[in-house]
Ligand binder design. Structure first.
Ligand code: AHG
Ligand code: MN
Ligand code: MN
Length: 336
């Protein structure tokens, strides 16, 4: 097999990026390397999940009242461990932990960043061999360096993210991350165990032909959301239709497709869940940041997601994200 020696690895790419920034300390590239390392460890377990005793429920229920899968716990420990042992992260917040964790060793206390993550997204799909993922957002801490990270470091609006990304454990494993400078995607080359730059400078097409929503909840959505879904279904070829509906139930995969090919992903409020299901800090903010940097849009139906001031770690939010023109049509429907 021919190997393209000019393909950059994740480490090479991030180090090159930060060489161009005056006064850059390299801490962010260190943090991304730590995340890459944890992702590779999780990937190994996901790949052999059917063979080892890691499928199924762990037996506990998380702070959100959901069954915790063994792989959720494993992934959480890998990401938390890699970030704690690295030199860039002062603390973490995770969908799987009730409280944020401010690391107490000296190196971590003197680190610049904190990280919020959903260690395993789409965990309901683990047992049936469907793509799952990890989502993360990185913020510069607002508390003083040298002290333990505090709650205010974690409750920042998404606009303050310095980087955000996700990993899809799919037909191939990919890590995609965004900084304000752009969005880049890396595919794991299993033969050398490195993420290699495969999707440089990702742009979200202005329009797509796919909408992604849980149709089972249709009659629990607000009538304006239903009106937009109805429009999606009636698109004529002159209007860019027909649209296809695609919904895997792992938002990492559903939003990844919308980012690369164009499309819209929605998890609206329902009658029984007036704040929707997805978590603002671990799921909505990172994707809102990535898709906006790529040229798309993200909102909670009334407000730009990135401007929402979080009130608590595990708060939920309705979420709409995707191609710019599709989002604008949705916004018009919701405003009518
Ligand atoms: P998690 O596995 O981290 O709890 O997240 C699952 C989320 C998201 O990935 C997906 O889009 C959504 O839940 C699916 O929910 P529904 O089954 O209600 O559509
Ligand atoms: Mn999730
Ligand atoms: Mn999860």
């Amino acid at each position: 097999m021919l190997v393209n020696r000019r393909v950059l690895t994740l480490d090479e790419f991030t180090i090159q990026q930060y060489r161009n920034i005056p006064n850059a300390t390299g801490e962010l590239s260190g943090l991304l390397r730590d995340i890459g390392l944890a992702a590779k460890r999780v990937n190994v377990e996901v790949n052999k999940a059917g063979l080892v005793d890691i499928l199924g429920d762990e037996g506990s229920v998380n702070v959100q009242g959901e069954d915790v899968k063994k792989l959720d716990v494993f992934a959480n420990n890998q990401f938390m461990g890699a970030l704690q042992h690295g030199i860039s992260c002062a603390g973490i917040g995770s969908e799987e932990l009730d409280h944020y964790v401010g690391f107490h060793d000296e190196v971590s206390k003197n680190s610049k960043y904190i990280c919020l993550f959903d260690p395993l997204d789409g965990s309901g799909n683990i047992d049936v061999n469907v793509s799952i993922g990890t989502i993360f957002g990185v913020y510069r801490r607002v508390s003083e360096k040298g002290s333990k990270a505090r709650e205010e470091d974690f409750l920042q609006p998404g606009i303050n993210q310095v980087a955000a990304g996700y990993i899809v454990y799919g037909s191939s494993t990919m890590l995609v991350y965004a900084t304000r400078r752009g969005v880049n995607g890396f595919t794991l080359d299993p033969s050398i165990g490195e993420f290699c730059l495969s999707h440089p400078n990702i742009k979200c097409p202005d329009e797509g032909r796919t909408y992604s929503v849980n149709h089972g909840n249709f009659f629990r959505y607000d009538e304006k959301v239903r009106a937009y879904i109805d429009r999606c279904q009636r698109k004529t070829p002159q209007e860019g239709g027909p649209y296809s509906q695609r919904y895997i139930g792992s938002m990492v995969s559903d939003v990844h497709r919308s980012l690369i090919k164009g499309g819209i992903f929605m998890y609206p409020a329902t009658i029984d869940r007036p704040n929707g299901k997805l978590r603002l800090l671990y799921e909505c903010n990172p994707f809102a940041f990535i898709v906006e940097v790529a040229g798309g849009k993200a909102s909670n139906g009334t407000q730009r997601i990135l401007e929402v001031q979080p009130g608590s770690l595990h708060q939920r939010s309705p979420f709409f994200v995707g191609s710019r023109k599709m989002m604008e049509e949705l916004e018009r429907c919701l405003a009518d």
